[in-house]
Unconditional design. Structure first.
Length: 613
């Protein structure tokens, strides 16, 4: 039998990759290259615009480096943590010239947003106070969505990391005061989606002087300490104390070749009549990083000026279709939301009207009850008056009989006659008074009868008005219970027999309506008209013009905020960059005007200017 052979296994090692919003863990084969790991990360997060990014790590000597894609991961001196796990940061290595035109995928925009936001908050990118408030409002919109007064509570943003600590320290303002200014702008961003808010953030951030610049300490032949800034447009030269305003600039289009020997960098211009641009780096270990960034930015610079590749065209077309689809969907959702809000308002109005009608019915029933009580009281008074009148009539009849009897007996004697005459007069007086009282009582009884008739007529009229009121105020189908049910539940007084048939007929006519569940038929919006897509295309074409107008509005807002908080500034806590920025604002300059000045003149004159710094 052949000897037992152990199956060959491939060794692997753990790798951890952080992308600012996620932490990924992989097990790589021992022979895996940097390209293998990079492609694995890109596939995992769904990233296709891979040319902007790289894997950053800390080497065994504590220097920041980028993983070389053509070499094995294990062959690069990577520092490992206590658990022997190799850690990388997935970061943007190169920056676009224009974020709105070049960044296609939403995931790419999101990664750039997170990285730029972190750089601003950590003060690696200088951001003036007023701009940092505006950027914070877009960051809040991207995280929390539309501002809602019902759910927003003061202090909700205090726990968020929104402003650079430098900005907070140099003003005599509490966190609540900063939050209030952020909230005002946050409320203006209503209707903006997360990707739109992040893109607006990047549009503003790319106008910052230090955005997209990798700084390296260098010297010229006169050993003057300077900063080399590697950007998407070219190489900037800064004075040691000023990282905002470059003294001179060399664009990639005028650079033919870059090389280094030890600490010496040699840049050959395209113009052969111009001398070489030479500078010296202060750290030898940074030379490969400088060269790598120069080559990568140069390649992207030239690539942008060529027709888009088929892959990029497909990505842009897919992104445009997706953007149009989302815009149409947002429009449909906005219409549905508007319909829902209108339905809610209509429901609230109906409920208010229902309460109003119920109150009116209650008052009508109360008036009817009081009318019936008055009629019953008048009827009782009339009955008592009739009984009193009958009693008085009976007494008057008895008095007349007594007069007749007395007259007959008065004939007996004269004395009896005199007495009889006297009694007769008395009886006549009494009879006259009784007759008068009887007539008065009879008149009062007639008056009470008339009042009873008027009360019954008023009762009938009140009932008729109630029926008429119910007929005029028939409830819409959205009311869940019939009006008759509400009336009968509220009415406590007796109803006359003539009223019940009408109410029963009205009850049969009032069929119960379905409950207001505010279900919106979404199928009515599923079919998109061609006009919507055409309108959306026109809006996309006008986007840049609208953005310029919006930029003017934002500039006005920024100036107002700058003036508002200027009185609260603590002068001694201002940094050199703050002072430089204030001088730049006073002179009416910005990032782009400074770059135009630094690129003025021929390549030869700028090389000579650099040598004299």
């Amino acid at each position: 039998m052949p000897p037992f052979r152990r199956k060959k296994t491939h060794k692997s090692f753990p790798v951890k990759v952080c992308t600012l919003d996620a932490e990924l863990e992989f097990n790589l084969e021992w022979r895996a290259t940097g390209r293998d790991l990079f492609d694995l990360v890109c596939r995992t997060i769904g990233l296709r615009e891979t040319w902007y990014f790289g894997l950053q790590y800390e080497d065994s000597k504590g220097f920041i480096s980028w993983l070389k894609l053509d070499k094995k991961v294990q062959d690069q001196s990577i520092h490992k943590d206590s658990q022997s796990c190799t850690s990388f940061m997935f970061l943007a290595k190169f920056y676009p010239e224009e974020v709105a035109e070049e960044l296609v995928q939403e995931v790419t925009q999101h990664l750039f947003f997170l990285q730029v936001k972190q750089a601003i908050l950590s003060m690696d990118i200088y951001c003036p106070p007023e701009a940092s408030v505006l950027l914070a409002s877009y960051a809040v919109q991207a995280k929390f969505g539309d501002f809602d007064e019902d759910t927003y509570k003061p202090g909700m943003l205090a726990s968020e990391d929104l402003l650079p600590q430098r900005v907070i320290d140099q003003y005599q303002m509490t966190l609540d005061m900063w939050e209030e200014r952020i909230r005002v702008w946050y409320a203006d961003h209503r209707g903006m989606s997360r990707d739109e808010a992040e893109m607006e953030y990047l549009k503003i951030a790319q106008d910052l002087d230090m955005y997209g610049v990798n700084y390296f300490p260098i010297t010229n032949k006169k050993e003057t300490d300077l900063w080399l800034g590697v950007t998407a447009l070219g190489l900037n030269i800064y004075e040691k104390e000023n990282k905002l305003q470059p003294k001179t600039t060399f664009t990639w289009s005028e650079i033919r070749h870059i090389s280094f020997d030890d600490k010496k960098f040699i840049i050959k211009p395209v113009d052969k009549n111009s001398p070489n641009f030479v500078f010296f780096s202060q750290k030898v270990r940074m030379n490969k990083l400088i060269l790598d960034l120069c080559m990568g930015n140069h390649d992207l610079f030239m690539r942008r000026r060529k027709p888009d590749s088929m892959e990029l065209q497909q990505m842009k077309a897919a992104a445009k279709e997706e953007k149009q689809r989302r815009q149409v969907q947002r429009n449909r959702l906005a219409r549905e939301k508007q319909l829902r809000e209108e339905a809610e308002r209509e429901r609230a109005n109906l409920e208010q009207r229902l309460l109003q009608y119920q109150e009116e019915i209650r008052l009508a029933n109360e008036a009817l009850r009081r009318s019936e009580e008055s009629a019953d009281l008048l009827a009782e008074k009339s009955r008592v008056a009739e009984e009193e009148a009958m009693l008085l009539s009976q007494k008057a009849s008895e008095a007349e009989q007594e007069i007749t009897r007395i007259r007959l007996s008065a004939l007996r004697t004269e004395e009896e006659k005199v007495n009889l005459e006297r009694k007769t007069r008395e009886a006549e007086l009494l009879t006259a008074r009784l007759v008068e009282e009887s007539e008065r009582r009879a008149a009062e009884a007639n008056k009470l009868k008339e009042e009873l008739l008027r009360a019954r007529a008023a009762e009938k009229q009140a009932k008729e008005k109630l029926l008429d009121f119910l007929g005029r105020n028939a409830y819409p189908n959205s009311v869940t219970s019939s009006p008759i049910a509400s009336v009968t539940s509220l009415y406590s007084g007796p109803l006359s027999p003539q009223l019940h048939p009408d109410l029963l007929a009205l009850e049969r006519e009032s069929s119960p309506a379905p409950d207001l569940n505010l279900n919106i038929n979404l199928n009515s919006y599923d079919l998109l008209a061609h006009g919507d897509v055409d309108q959306l295309s026109l809006e996309i074409e006008k986007e840049r013009v609208d953005y310029l107008e919006k930029s003017k509005h934002l500039q006005n807002q920024l100036r107002e905020l700058r003036s508002e908080i200027a009185i609260l500034k603590v002068g001694e806590k201002q940094s050199e960059l703050d002072q430089l920025h204030d001088e730049q604002v006073k002179l009416g300059e910005n990032k782009y005007s400074t770059l135009r000045k630094s690129k003025s003149g021929s390549t030869k004159s700028r090389v000579a200017f650099f040598e004299e710094l």
